[in-house]
Design a protein around this ligand. Sequence first.
Ligand code: KIV
Ligand code: ZN
Length: 502
Amino acid sequence: MAERIIIFDTTLRDGEQSPGASLSAGEKLEIARQLARLKVDVIEAGFPASSPGDFEGVRLIAQKVKGPVIAGLARCIRKDIDSAAEALKPAKRRRIHVFLATSAVHRKYKLKKAKQEILKLAVESVKYARKFADDVEFSPEDASRTEPEYLCRVVQAVISAGATVVNIPDTVGYATTIEFGQLIKRIKSRVPNIKKVILSIHCHNDLGLATANTLAAIENGARQVECTVNGIGERAGNASLEEIVMILKTRKDFFKFRTGVKTEEIIKTSRLVSTLTGIHIQPNKAIVGDNAFRHEAGIHQDGMLKEKTTYEIMSPETIGLKESKLVLGKHSGRHAFKKRLLDLGYELSEKDLVKAFDRFKRLADKKKEIYDEDLTAIIEDEISVVPETFKLLYIHTTSGTQTVPTATVRLEKRGKVIQDAACGDGPVDAAYKTIDRITGLGAKLIDYSLRAVTSGKDALGEVTVKIRKGERTITGRGTSTDIIEASAKAYVNAVNKLVVKK
Ligand code: KIV
Ligand code: ZN
């Protein structure tokens, strides 16, 4: 059986360090409960000494969330460790995570401590943390920029002091993939007592390599990965949980590792984290972005309709999405268009399909995404049974505070083009008066309504008019992204119906 990778989720600690993200204790609890449903192995609930709110959040999670190990972060300072120990007390399975920077730049400028002093402090802190918890993790902060020989000495010493997990952070996302893999391999082979602990890694995404570096570390012996939902975290964030989990699942043929994560909970978790932190997910984000299972290109849609695996390497259901989506837009082809119409209950003749597809393409040039309501409007508008005695060819209106509203309209009547112009109370009134002059039917407008059929700035507007001529009342409809054009179409549609009735 494939070896198991431990998923250490730090959304509530490193993830919450994302600029702009701040969670209340209650919100943290809500996310932690969802992380437990997702079945992560470890939840790093916070940094208890950093604020009373964080302490409260960690304590609440330790009290209420069952299943995963609950971890709390602490510097190598007694009061930090005391605070983490206190907050974690109610947890059935708890871990104190202590960290101390080891790189030359951190030693010199931040800590102002020599190598030996840091090593001693790390050892003392691990020993002290072990008084409160059987499970103690140690992280040599900025490990990837630490002299490897010194790093190995620190790792060996903290294991001897009682650490159960040693985590190697690429704190500033500086390591390249091969380099990071080699570092893990070196630690595995050079540290004599390394087998006593779980070797973990924690990669940041400053150069966009967090997920790749995590995988390289796994291949070289790391068995715990620290990651966050949606990849949130300090600066450019951490390795993204959903990417690592889905890579191991989708490419199990290559990696031969598994996780205990219930992948069907991924999308729910991702959306909850995004909502509560207020950090939006970019549409093209791998796995959880809005576009991750949407296909727009005609060739792709055609492939998807024939066989989904042509363009999908994982099914949306595995992450908890209902289905993939064929987005109808200007790149879509006839196959997807016809299929969506069939789903909507429209089975068109080949001739009508050509006509509707042509109209759809013209609309798609003006509007980014075509919704089902747009299609219904197109079909009702375009595949109309009413003969087009009058056809709208052109409309131009002018209006404004200092302008007399005027319309110029060109209609075609049985092959003959007729143009006229008129003024009115507004551009629509001017257009209707012009149409009346051309058709000569003299109907009376008794009702006019406009609504957006779809949402967004580029919504399709639908105009419905009622006109009366003698005893007869007739309704006409027109749609367009331009409301004046939609108004004219609705009126011409009503006029055509009137002509037929006549
Ligand atoms: O990036 C980092 O080094 C950390 C440690 C505290 C593990 O977040
Ligand atoms: Zn970090």
